[in-house]
Design a protein around this ligand. Structure first.
Ligand SMILES: NC(=O)c1ccc[n+]([C@@H]2O[C@H](COP(=O)([O-])OP(=O)(O)OC[C@H]3O[C@@H](n4cnc5c(N)ncnc54)[C@H](O)[C@@H]3O)[C@@H](O)[C@H]2O)c1
Length: 446
């Protein structure tokens, strides 16, 4: 990118607000190198970085993290010339960085995203886009005013399975969609967020004050830093961690803007390790009729100790004429044959009326003699992703394609808020024991 960096003006629509930030804007052309930095190089940030570097032309120049062990590991992986820091603002101040990956705990997402966009960086921000629904508008506004590319990292949106589901639903394969079930269950300690704590964890190796940010001030505790998901102050519970993936997939597959009503219940049933969030959560969300779909009801489920042999992750899109069931890499369409049975209730009619009913019915639906031509294929059709296709890799490819083309990706800040908002309202519903209302058009709690 260094060879063709040049300043450019914001597009007309973004000019007003964008001028206030006045960052040195850059544009990346098709063949340029894209220089990136990762902010938060833990479990997901290190995976995101690997995928980003697999995209031709993408080069990692800096890593920011609050634990020295992770900065040291980044230098082990990418060389001693890698710029490392505990302060993300040093990354944003560098003029040679075009884009940043934000993979910090959830309570830092909106702040770093807004700062990065204002500094003229393109942003790949991990899900959930925000920790609180109300923070979403800040990110949407920062995306609009900066004119930068922003993509949320709910990678299943780039999955071929959801593209196939979307095409089938649009083509009417399940008839009239009326209900969706979605689940993401786990059965391991790591799956339940009991992440490893390094033996050298201490206030000397961890930037504790910076980690806390706007969260309540409490003395250093390694378990809070390395298992931050277990605490509402830093994470978003199963709603923000896992429901959000399901809502992103659902909104992509149905073209929906979102639900208008959310109700959740559950509890802390198994992982009583000091966490203050539930490990079992069920939610019901009502989706009103929208241009892309009829009204339907969504049932969401997460159980972090489900005794299933492996992680369970899927959807059932249930319609009047069929069901689409998804897995990680495959999808099955089960079609229901049209109803042709006059039904047992005619037996309650008089003999004469039964005969008349059947006569009329047979005129409408003449009996078909069984024949070889009349044989139907199996009612189940299974579709499998091509071997080697990886939605996470694809999601990064899509992001850097957008960085080059300057065309907004599907999972931008508006999409991100429409998934995160109602997912996070499940938390509000659970903790406040009430039904929550969401205005999907305006993207705010109603
Ligand atoms: N898309 C997915 O499937 C997926 C999977 C896992 C995690 N995630 C998301 O990725 C994010 C990170 O999760 P994780 O599992 O990698 O957590 P993690 O604890 O493994 O890593 C987070 C890292 O961020 C660092 N950090 C904390 N505050 C920081 C700050 N202010 N500035 C810079 N670095 C900071 C920590 O030191 C840590 O190394 C979360 O938002 C999570 O929801 C997404």
């Amino acid at each position: 990118m260094a060879t063709s960096r040049r300043h450019f003006l914001h597009g007309a629509g973004a000019a007003g607000l964008g001028a206030a930030f006045a960052p040195a804007q850059t544009r990346v052309s098709a063949n340029d190198r894209i220089r990136i930095a990762t902010i938060g190089h833990g479990g997901m940030g290190s995976g995101d970085t690997r995928y980003a570097r697999s995209v031709p032309g993408v080069e990692l120049v800096a890593v920011c993290d609050l634990y020295d062990g992770r900065l040291e590991h980044a230098r082990e992986l990418y060389g001693k010339d890698l710029f490392t820091t505990r302060d993300y603002r040093e990354v944003l101040a560098r003029k040679d960085i075009d884009a940043v990956i934000i993979a910090t705990p959830d309570h830092w997402h909106s702040r770093i995203s807004c700062d990065a966009l204002a500094a003229g960086k393109d942003v790949y921000c991990e899900k959930p886009m925000v920790q609180q629904p109300a923070q979403g508008q800040d990110v949407v506004a920062a995306q609009a005013s900066s004119g930068r590319i922003f993509q949320v990292g709910s990678q299943y949106v780039s999955s071929l399975v959801y593209q196939k589901a979307r095409d089938l639903i649009k083509a009417g394969a399940v008839g009239q969609l009326n209900m969706v079930e979605a689940w993401l269950d786990r059965n391991t300690a790591i799956g339940a967020w009991e992440y490893s704590i390094p033996p050298d964890a201490s206030p000397a190796t961890v930037d504790w004050d910076r980690f806390l940010g706007n969260a309540p001030k409490v003395p250093f505790e390694a378990v809070r830093f390395f298992r931050w998901r277990n605490y509402r102050a830093y994470g978003t519970g199963v709603a923000g961690d896992l429901f959000v993936h399901l809502l992103s997939g659902l909104h992509f597959a149905t073209g929906s803007l979102g639900p208008n009503r959310v109700y959740a219940s559950g509890g802390l049933r198994y992982w009583k390790d000091g966490r203050d969030v539930p490990d079992v959560l069920l939610a019901t969300l009502d989706y009103p009729e929208q241009p892309s779909h009829p009204a339907f009801t969504l049932a969401l489920r997460v159980n972090l100790k489900s005794s299933m042999p492996q992680e369970q992750f899927g959807f059932r899109f249930i319609g009047s004429e069929g069901i689409i069931t998804t897995g990680y890499n495959d999808l099955t369409l089960t079609s229901t044959p049209p109803e042709r049975d006059p039904g047992y209730t005619i037996e309650t009619f008089s003999k004469a009326l039964q005969a008349e009913f059947l006569k009329q019915y047979r005129e409408k639906y003449p009996p078909v003699k069984p024949s070889a031509e009349g044989m139907r294929p199996d009612r189940e059709e299974r579709y499998i992703s091509p071997r080697g296709f990886d939605a996470h890799r694809e999601h990064h490819r899509v992001f850097y394609e957008a960085v080059r083309s300057r065309k907004r990706p599907i999972e931008d800040a508006v999409f991100g808020l429409r998934a995160a908002g109602p997912a996070l309202l499940s938390n509000t519903s659970y903790f406040e024991r009430r039904i929550c209302h969401w205005d999907a058009e305006k993207m705010q709690a109603a």
